[in-house]
Design a protein around this ligand. Sequence first.
Ligand code: SUG
Length: 416
Amino acid sequence: MPVEINFDGIVGPSHNYAGLSPGNLAATRNAGAVSHPRAAALQGIAKMRANLALGLPQGILLPHPRPDHLWLSALATDYDRAPEHLRAQSLSASAMWAANAATVSPAADTTDGVCHLTVANLLTMPHRSHEARHTLRQLILAFADPSFLVHGPVPAPFGDEGAANHMRLCAEHGAPGVEVFVYGVPGGAFPARQHREASEAIARAHRLDPAGTLFVQQSRAAIDAGAFHNDVVAVANERVLFAHEQAFEDRDGFYADLRRLLPEVEIVEVPADRVGLADAIASYLFNAQLVTASGVQTLIVPGEARDNPRVWAWLQEHLAGNGPIRRVEVVDVRESMANGGGPACLRLRVVADPAMVDPRFLVDDARLDTIAAVVREHWPEAIAAAEIGDRALIGRIERARQALLEALDLVGLIDT
Ligand code: SUG
């Protein structure tokens, strides 16, 4: 039976705040702050443990080699000689946000009965533009079984940021679903990172039925307010769409199409006069993991959502009423949040039979213990902006990742 598996990106040892993502207000605001890679990775592990405790299968994706020497060498430089901005871009731990690793169409949605994955090109932000090669290597290993087909990234200039701009609505995970691709239109205050052209290419590659596929424009207001990905203002799980009133440019048209294609859909909309876009984005209410845990629609929100009185009041009211979301769980991922990555950013959803996935990419509590032990021993406790060029720190970061690959029997994950 296919089930939904959440693959979380393990927070890499180079996690730092270099303010590399314009339009991502948290990342920009925290530029230059001291990061805590060890605490960040342990927070991610605790989130995975909480998901296991809810009875959910859990997978992992590994940190990428950082600094990315191959990328620097393609730019005709190396870490010691590179200008400061290239150093920071080559060192970013941004691969932790696995929702940007790929777009996934489960077998139930595709006309060839194969689960398709397309690696995101992430070309809008230089520090993320070199993730695709390493993501592709991991996905080819993890999903080597012929029931999967892993595609390379969509070519430039069409920007693609993966599952963060993709939603799937269905009666239940294993049933055929309506796939919704959300794209942005350039011209606003911040970059529109997902291009419609890229989404359309992915839908074709995944052999989706055009009649059950929607392309929906993200609202300009949302991007301008700092929703640099759609998953900052909307999330879907099975028959439930949970969205901010201002998430989509043509909200009524989108809802009508969705109701036509999936009559049982339940749309839970948060009105702007209860939670404004600014509160939604600062609290990451919608960057929650909406999961079905023992049959109960459960929303896994970051602590910042509980700290915001308007957001928390709305959630309590929803729980007290008859809405479809019946349970709210709170997780602490504040190190990731400070770079604009909430609970949903940290995971890539794949609906598949876990027996078909390379077991080295699946975790239980014992394997998480192994990962946590490596993190405690090897991950730097803190990184200050001034240390970015420090050779000793770089050596430590490289050894830390190597230790993790050895512990997980993944040394074959070569870096070229
Ligand atoms: O692409 N932050 C990431 C956050 C990604 C969140 N993912 C989802 N919404 N699915 C980004 O903006 C900041 C890195 C820095 O500035 O060092 C960063 O890349």
